[in-house]
Design a protein around this ligand. Sequence first.
Ligand code: C2O
Ligand code: CU
Length: 636
Amino acid sequence: MFLWVHYADMVIALVQLPVAVVAWWAATGRHSRTSAVAFAVLLGAAVLRVAAGLVLLRWGWEFAGPRLVWVVPALLAAATAHLVWLRPTGRRPGGAGAVAGTAGIVSVAAMAQLAGVGAAAVTGVAIVAASAMGYAYRRLPRRPERAGRWRAAVRAAVGVVAVAAATVGLSMASALPARSSMSGGAVDDGGGAVAGHQHSGGISVTELTGADGGEAAVRRFTLTAQAATVRLDSGAQVAAWTFNGVAPGPQLVVRQGDLVEVTLVNRLPGAGVTVHWHGVDVPNAMDGVAGVTQDAVAPGATFVYRFRASRAGTYWYHSHEMASVQVRRGLFGALVVLPRDVPARQDAVDETVLRHTWGDEDGVATLGLAAGVQRRSVPAGRPVRLRLVNSDGKPATFTVTGAPVRVVAIDGTDVHEPGVLPGARILVGGGARYDVEFTMPDAPVTLRAEGPGIVYSPSGDAGPDRAAKEPALLDPARYGTPAATPFAAGSHFDRRFVLRIDERLGFYDGRPAVRYTLNDASFPDVPMLMVADGDLVEVTYVNRSGQHHPMHLHGHHMLVLSRDGRATTGSPWWVDTLDVGPGETFRVAFRADNPGLWMDHCHDLEHAANGMILHLGYTGVTSPFLTGSGTANHPE
Ligand code: C2O
Ligand code: CU
């Protein structure tokens, strides 16, 4: 329903533009019939948009407001102009002026809303321009037929030039600076007093390496970024970028508490690379974001990451240099941190299932490298844990049927007292992880992930169960049982931020783009959320767009407080990547206990590459690194 209203409104706004042009053209040319019809269509469209705004009140004022605030004044202006000036014949110059002016107001308002341009300014300009037009046409001679041709030609030329100039202007205005620093720029202090935010001096992110005291690491790995051809089960070859020649990259398995050391070696052809430890709250200097916490590692160079794996769970790693390109090409892998003292049963099956789409967005979806259905042999009675990871940007639905299952962890954090479900159906957002467990029965168990799948059976040759009934969709807000949390919905928050997500048609870095904006801005212009060490922070995500946005905050775990205004009632729901669906509103909270400059972005990496990125900054922390076309760093 939300999607329907959202896109209907957008289409109507798009229709308003050409109709307004026709109305203007017809009115100034004295084509009274056409102008009357176009005018009526414009008014009808405006009424429909008001209706859309009223329907959206159900999702709250955040959703309805922008439509109503834009469209109602435009509609009122149009109606007033109509009543005051326009006569039924439409032949009077004043009437033509009114139509022209009204068309102007409506079209500018429609365009401004789609492009997300500052509301008040544009409305003001539109009204002034429309009045001027109306006045000018009032003063035209009544019978200008002789000059008609010329007039028409001039009108057309002015129109074309105006549209072209506006397009070029908008495109140029969207160009990004060749160099930008995350420790400069606008900040949002969330209503708290942030003393002493510094753009220079203070602590550099490079000093935030954690306190491992230089002791010897217990787990060492080397990840070598290199091009390689990988083969899908269909036989198709993919020219991939890999870690260690395999895709997905090697699974790194460590124990909770281990000091981990990973040496990154770059052997890519002419591209920089980094490694980001997605979901692991590493010290800031180890976060692997090109241009924010380090420079991208150039071909031939190396970089050493060191961090303690203090929380058990399912994580993943990936390049954070040109992430939208490099992750898709294969520069990612799983990181599993086994719990410190629970020894895994020797015979337990523990499998990480990475879902990835190779090629472009409509490429081949696989589990590992298999687009088809894989078969595994598991003796009856064995405990099985599946670690489901979605490395794509779009959410994917995983289903498990054939055995009672429990969803035991979300984003690396255990669910408290997960109930047994007859089967599981889980929407795994981009970058998110869900762990499920079951005991292998005598009959097969089928895992499906929108296409690819795996069948587990004692014999190892069972096919997928196509008759299996779809389990109900898991709602993590109501699953498991409550447990103590270090803070809750009623806590005192030192800072509160609201991030409104919108869908805008326009330009980004000089090219036409659908932008998903955060509070009407795109990277690098979204004000940094400023906090001080120790603050308790609340963030509200309001998704007013028609797409899913898996919002990923680096370096912290967020506790979900409410979804669409309803408090969570199940297990504490901790996330590092929260899928915010169209029309959804989430309130989350986290403790600012890991100083640094942290990226906070949409993990639909296409969206991030179109500007859906902001940062969380701690007072007094600065970065010497730069991003932009004039640098070697392109974290998105
Ligand atoms: Cu998985 Cu900023 O990334
Ligand atoms: Cu997004």
